[in-house]
Design a protein around this ligand. Structure first.
Ligand code: BTN
Length: 235
């Protein structure tokens, strides 16, 4: 069972855990009602709204850092399973964005902690649930459940569903069962599509068992392990 610890307000659940991970056990979720300095990948900001967005970070202390990058896909699958229940047009944009109606509804920020040796991993999850206003710069490519469906959602219920799925897939992960990769393949927003990787156009062939993206550049296939990808005509 993942233990939930709540805070009214934090600058960032990821930053809080980076500084305090030693105080908590493996499989603890830090959840806050308001996040004042949330951040995403590549140094971007992550905006959220008090009590209307989900901002939480799951702390894991696996024995090794082996396959740790797969946790992005695992978390994507856990989020997908929940969001898909509410909206039919839900897809996973490798490795860790969830799109609804081709707009980003959720992002994941995975950070590992090393102090001489591997100590822990923090999986930050941000989901737009009942927030409907976005900064102008991202309004065309960001969405929330309420923006799409015009219904007020029970945040707590969604958190519980996510943690339940996460734990199920994490048990698989520890047994080297990659069940969640199949979910990421089956509901991928990118397989079969042209994407841009660092400005270069390539076609996505598959997601490999090691979690890497297999792409074709017109001459050869390339095994792509990490980075920011851009979908043509979309986010
Ligand atoms: C991204 O899409 O770039 C990742 C966004 C991750 C946002 C979450 S919100 C909870 C946790 N705390 C943070 O500061 N970031 C993550």
């Amino acid at each position: 069972m993942i233990k939930k610890v709540y805070f009214e307000i934090l600058p960032s659940t990821n930053t809080y855990l980076k500084e305090n991970y030693h105080k908590y056990d493996d499989k603890t979720a830090i959840i806050c009602h308001q996040q004042t300095n949330g951040h995403g990948r590549l140094g971007r900001n992550w905006d959220s709204e008090r009590k209307n967005s989900i901002t939480m970070s799951i702390l894991l202390k696996p024995k090794t850092s082996k396959n740790i990058a797969l946790l992005s896909l695992l978390t994507s699958a856990a989020l997908f399973d929940v969001i898909k229940n509410y909206h039919n047009d839900t897809k996973i944009k490798w490795p860790n964005d969830i799109l609804v109606n081709n707009k980003k509804i959720s992002g994941i920020l995975l950070e590992s902690i090393y102090k001489n040796k591997f100590e822990a991993v923090i999986i930050g999850i941000g989901i737009n649930v009942n927030n409907v206003y976005f900064p102008k710069s991202i309004n065309h490519k960001a969405t929330s459940l309420k923006k799409e469906l015009n219904i007020q959602f029970d945040i707590e219920e969604i958190i519980n569903q996510i943690l339940f799925n996460f734990e199920k897939y994490y048990k698989d992960f520890l047994k080297d069962n990659n069940s969640y990769i199949d979910i990421c393949r089956k509901h991928s927003a990118v397989i079969g599509k042209d994407i841009l990787i660092n400005g270069q156009k390539v076609k996505v062939i598959d997601i490999l068992d090691n979690g890497n993206l297999l792409v074709y550049d017109g001459n050869k296939t390339i095994d792509f392990s990490y980075g920011e990808i851009t979908l043509e005509n979309s986010y």
